[in-house]
Design a protein around this ligand. Structure first.
Ligand code: NAP
Length: 522
């Protein structure tokens, strides 16, 4: 009988009653488990998290909460091989792709565990700057940031069931808020196992961490004024969520991380011998094929100066051809299938729409040559490179995110202003990359693109050996972007905690305020 995934609510493992939605191995199409949440008491689970988990976390200082994160990282890392294998089976990830997700989760938890040490025994933040608010110097004001007394609900996308959980949980728990995490149903088996490990190891206080393994049901209907909701997924779902009546009415704080038509810009100064050129090819090809292109930060549009186009086209195709596609568990295979049948359908439809305005250079949305895969089985799309005629403002390549191994070359004149114009047609992105050794071009494009992107990656010859690429989200740097990308912001070191904290102005008698905030000599 097919196993039903368990949710972890109110300190208990439980499963819904009903038929359940199947979760598949995307390579073989074998059913791995089912997910069902019908009948589960989400209202009670949220109350339990607020009352038990929130209170327990707020009794701890930042240093102690950081120690919890370090313990989470250690506990999960001890099960690394098992989690990597599960990630391959349930998400179609190669071992490298799986590491990106699993190690990304433990790495981010460990990073925040370490960062917390510098905050020591504080339980809230005091912002810099004490203001004298009246002629009499005894009346002053300052700002504090304290944990909100609600629950942090985290909804994640299918492509990062581990990292999505880890990066969001690290921030909320460190800030002092309990977490209810809801992975996408199709890959929730990985998150379920991670929570089992943490529960078995008794790493966190009761109520600090809960799991919804399956559809969200009425979960969001019970969120209140002290709660926060961090969502990652498609723009459509993000829009639906942020307009829910009770979320608007209760002023629930919402962060949305959504689609993005990330771009790479090749500078006109780069010739084929430059180290920055190799970097550009390497990072572009990697973004097309890593996790079969199912990365929110993956490069989708590649802007290339007209006179470099022919060379780039040939070199990029050579680079892509080196990637073996097939069964991700097989050694040597560097790209696996898409994660679900609906992803396959969406990607094929998306490629067909792009092909109305761009021509195929490599691949055509078909399966391509596969290694170690049974005939006709699995949700495979081979790497597909297209080329548009030019920037064309109304072109679908600037409007449609095809969430698979698909990129489009777009020729441009080579001027900074045209590059900025072309990239910004994506209406807001998570990351844009600029490959150039010309400092002036880099500055003009970077500052021109800054209002339209959450992060800018500048790949020059001198950093060619050090760059992790634009697709890697580092916890030190903010992640998120304006417009289409959802308008949200996560990570960025301590900046990411702000979402879970209430900033409050306190004004009154100087000696009292100083005593309360521990800043005076009294
Ligand atoms: P999705 O279909 O929007 O689903 C995202 C999450 O929302 C899933 O957990 C899903 O649960 C949940 N959800 C769906 N309907 C909901 C509802 N009515 N109420 C509450 N939750 C609901 O997106 P996806 O297909 O998983 O992910 C792909 C998209 O995510 C891409 O567009 C990609 O660009 C984006 N993404 C963005 C980032 C980023 O950081 N900006 C990162 C990764 C992915 P179920 O699975 O149970 O339906």
């Amino acid at each position: 009988m097919t196993r039903v995934l368990n949710s972890y609510l109110s300190g208990q493992w439980c499963a819904g009653s009903g038929e359940g939605s199947p979760l598949f191995d995307p390579t073989t199409e074998e059913v791995l488990a089912k997910a069902e949440t019908a009948g589960l008491d989400f209202r009670g689970a949220l109350e339990f998290a607020r009352d038990k988990g929130g209170a327990a976390l707020r009794e701890l200082n930042f240093g102690q909460r950081g120690a919890l994160l370090s313990a989470m990282a250690k506990s999960l890392h001890a099960h690394r091989d098992e989690l990597l294998e599960l990630s391959t089976r349930s998400g179609g990830n190669t071992r490298g792709d799986a590491k990106f997700d699993i190690d990304g989760a433990t790495g981010t938890l460990a990073y925040y565990g370490k960062l917390a040490r510098q905050l020591g025994d504080a339980t809230f933040f005091l912002e810099e700057g004490v203001e004298q608010l009246a002629a009499n110097p005894r009346y002053i004001g300052c700002h504090v940031k304290v944990p909100r007394h609600g629950v942090a609900v985290h909804i994640n996308a299918f492509n990062f069931p581990a990292w999505g959980f880890g990066e969001k949980a690290a921030l909320a728990l460190l800030a002092g808020m309990p977490v209810v995490t809801k992975p996408a149903t199709s890959t929730a088996i990985v998150t379920e196992r991670m929570i089992q490990i943490l529960v078995d190891d008794q790493v966190l206080p009761d109520g600090a961490l809960s799991l919804v393994a399956g559809r969200p049901g009425d979960l969001l209907d019970h969120l209140g004024p002290q709660d926060v909701l961090a969502f990652t997924g498609s723009s459509d779902t993000g829009t639906w969520i942020r307009t829910r009546e009770n979320l608007v009415r209760n002023g629930v704080r919402i962060n949305v991380e959504a689609d993005s038509l990330n771009a790479a810009v090749l500078g006109p100064d780069i010739d084929r011998d430059a180290a920055a050129y190799d970097l550009f090819l390497r990072e572009t090809a990697r973004d097309m094929t890593q996790k079969a292109g199912q990365k929110c930060t993956a490069i989708r549009r590649i802007f290339v100066p007209n006179d470099l186009l022919e060379g780039v086209r040939d070199d990029l195709v050579e680079e892509i051809k080196r990637v073996k596609v097939g069964n991700p568990a097989q050694q040597g295979v560097r790209m696996g299938p898409l994660a679900t049948a609906s992803q396959l359908k969406d990607v094929r439809e998306g490629i067909a729409r792009l092909a109305q305005r761009a021509r195929f250079i490599h691949g055509d949305g078909g399966r391509g040559d596969l290694e170690g895969v049974d005939d006709g089985k699995g949700y495979f799309v081979g790497p597909t490179l297209l080329e548009a005629e030019g920037i064309h403002d109304d072109c679908v390549v600037h409007a449609l995110e095809v969430f698979g191994p698909v990129q489009t070359l777009i020729p441009y004149s080579g001027t900074a202003s045209e590059a900025v114009h072309g990239v910004s047609l994506g209406q807001g992105g998570l990351v844009a990359s600029i490959y150039t050794d010309d400092k002036r071009f880099a500055s003009e494009v970077a500052l021109g693109l800054a209002p339209y992107n959450g992060r800018l990656h500048i790949g020059s010859s001198k950093v060619a050996d050090h760059s992790p690429g634009p697709g890697t989200v580092l916890p030190q740097m903010i992640h998120g972007g304006p417009g289409r990308a959802g308008g949200g912001e996560e990570l960025g070191g301590l900046r990411g905690l702000d979402f879970y904290l209430q900033r409050t102005a306190i004004q009154g008698l100087k000696t009292l305020v100083e005593k309360m905030t521990g800043t005076g000599t009294h």
